[in-house]
Structures are given as structure tokens and as C-alpha cells.
Design a protein around this ligand. Structure first.
Ligand SMILES: [Zn+2]
Length: 271
């Protein structure tokens, strides 16, 4: 994709793509493919959980993904960092699965999956992430979350990396992401000479330019996420009160503000 050589590449197994079909790969084959594309972090093959109350089927999926992760651990020769996939829609399952992998395999970190179907249930998502964070000091990745709203919340919860196609999907819906405000639908604005962003895409372009060009919109949206991340890191580096910063950051949206307040309470209970 033409990114600089020192860019860290995380390759997941594509689990979500075959969630409705049979798994069409093996843990060994996936490792090989990940190596061929030059990935630095290698996610293990997994089968995402279903949202509906399908406890028996979900339990089977948790166990199958755990076996796949252990097979990958056996096949892993130490090249690249192996990130074991962990699934569970309750904190106990997440904690037990992660500790089981830690005891029986050799992983450089863990990735929490099956978050997409429950992404609007902030309370649940927060609990599951904290359960994983508490169970390991190793690298923690979260699959499928990381848009402009989720990103600061994930950072606050101690997640080390995350992935999301939100910036692409937002561009597809003609949404222009503004850090601190969420998405702005471009068609609601009639006339504006300068864009409210100084990223390399926006600084010399007009609103009409960006409106017509979905690629630019996608790139700007990614820049918004990068700026949000940089700002968070700045606050940490400057020794600022992170909770006070996030309080301000989330205040613009009632739903996410409530999510942050809940997360804050859960974190307080742990410390
Ligand atoms: Zn921009």
C-alpha cells in the first residue's frame, strides 16, 4: 500500500468474513499467508460469536477458536508477534479463555474479538475489555472497534491497538469526521470556503472538492483518528488529568458521555 518501511502491520485472520460459512483455512495456512504479506503482528484464526442467545453454539465457537489459537502457537516459529484471539460475551469467559491460552500456549499478546455485534452496548463492551486487560499485562488488541467515538474510550481502558473500518464506511456515507464531534454529513453544509481541518488532505481544498472525492474523504477521516490519537498521547505525555480531558471530549454526545461515565465507574472499582 506504499506505506513507509517502518510501519507496523497487523494481519487478522479474516474471521468475520466467514462467520456464516465453513472455516476455509487452517491455523498453519493463515500463519503462512500472514508471513507472506510481511505482517508484524499475527492474529490467530477464530470464529466470531453470534449475538442472539445461542449459548451452546457460542460455547462451541469459543472452544474452537481457543484450539485454533493453540494450533497457531504450535506452528509459530517466533517470526512476528503472535496475538491469540479471545472471545466471550461475559467477563468470566474472556478471563478464563485468556488465562487458558496463557497457560497452554506461547503468545506475545491477545486480541479480543466478537465486539462488532455488541458495539452499541457500551457497558458490556467496557466490562469485557476490562476483564481482558486485568487478565494480562501483554499487548491487548481489540477487533472491530475504533471509530472516532470508541478510540478514546479504548485508550482509556488500556487497549494497546485496535482496528476498525469506520473511517472508510463513514466516507462511504459521505460523513466527514471531526475529532471531538463525531461525523458531520457534508450535504447539510451549503457554503464554506475553508474546511475545519488542517490535515494534508483538507488544508488546500474546498468543501466541494472533498465532497466529490470519496478517497480524499477517507484519507481525511483517517487523519482525524490519527489526530485524536496524537492528542490523547499528548495529554498523557504532558501529565494532564486524562479523565478531565475525556469528560470534555465526550460531553458533546449524551450516549457516549454516559458510556464514559460507566467506564470510569468500572475502572474506579478495580483500582
Ligand atoms: Zn482533514
Amino acid at each position: 500500500m506504499g506505506v513507509p518501511k517502518d510501519t507496523v502491520v497487523f494481519a487478522d485472520s479474516g474471521g468475520f468474513d466467514f462467520s456464516d460459512d465453513e472455516v476455509d483455512t487452517t491455523p498453519e495456512r493463515t500463519l503462512e499467508t500472514q508471513r507472506e504479506i510481511g505482517a508484524d503482528l499475527l492474529g490467530t484464526v477464530d470464529i466470531p460469536l453470534l449475538r442472539e442467545n445461542r449459548d451452546a453454539e457460542n460455547q462451541r465457537r469459543v472452544e474452537q477458536s481457543t484450539q485454533y489459537a493453540l494450533q497457531a502457537s504450535d506452528a509459530h516459529d517466533g517470526e512476528g508477534l503472535l496475538i491469540g484471539s479471545v472471545h466471550g460475551h461475559d467477563p468470566e469467559t474472556v478471563r478464563n479463555t485468556l488465562q487458558y491460552l496463557e497457560r497452554h500456549g506461547d503468545f506475545d499478546g491477545y486480541a479480543l474479538g466478537s465486539m462488532v455485534p455488541i458495539r452499541t452496548d457500551y457497558k458490556k463492551v467496557t466490562k469485557l475489555i476490562l476483564a481482558a486487560r486485568q487478565a494480562t499485562d501483554k499487548h491487548l488488541h481489540v477487533y472491530g472497534l475504533g471509530g472516532i467515538v470508541y478510540q478514546p474510550l479504548l485508550l482509556y481502558l488500556g487497549v494497546d491497538s485496535f482496528d476498525s473500518s469506520a473511517f472508510i464506511r463513514s466516507a462511504g456515507n459521505r460523513n466527514y469526521l471531526l475529532p471531538g464531534f463525531g461525523g458531520q454529513e457534508l450535504h447539510t453544509i451549503e457554503d464554506l470556503e475553508y474546511l475545519p481541518c488542517s490535515c494534508p488532505v483538507c488544508r488546500d481544498r474546498t468543501l466541494d472538492d472533498i465532497r466529490e472525492d470519496r478517497d480524499s474523504l477517507t484519507q481525511h477521516n483517517l487523519w482525524s483518528l490519527a489526530m485524536e490519537l496524537r492528542r490523547f498521547r499528548y495529554m498523557v505525555a504532558a501529565g494532564e488529568d486524562i479523565e478531565a480531558y475525556l469528560d470534555l471530549r465526550f460531553r458533546g454526545n449524551e450516549v457516549t458521555y454516559r458510556a464514559f461515565k460507566q467506564a470510569k465507574q468500572q475502572v474506579r472499582r478495580l483500582t
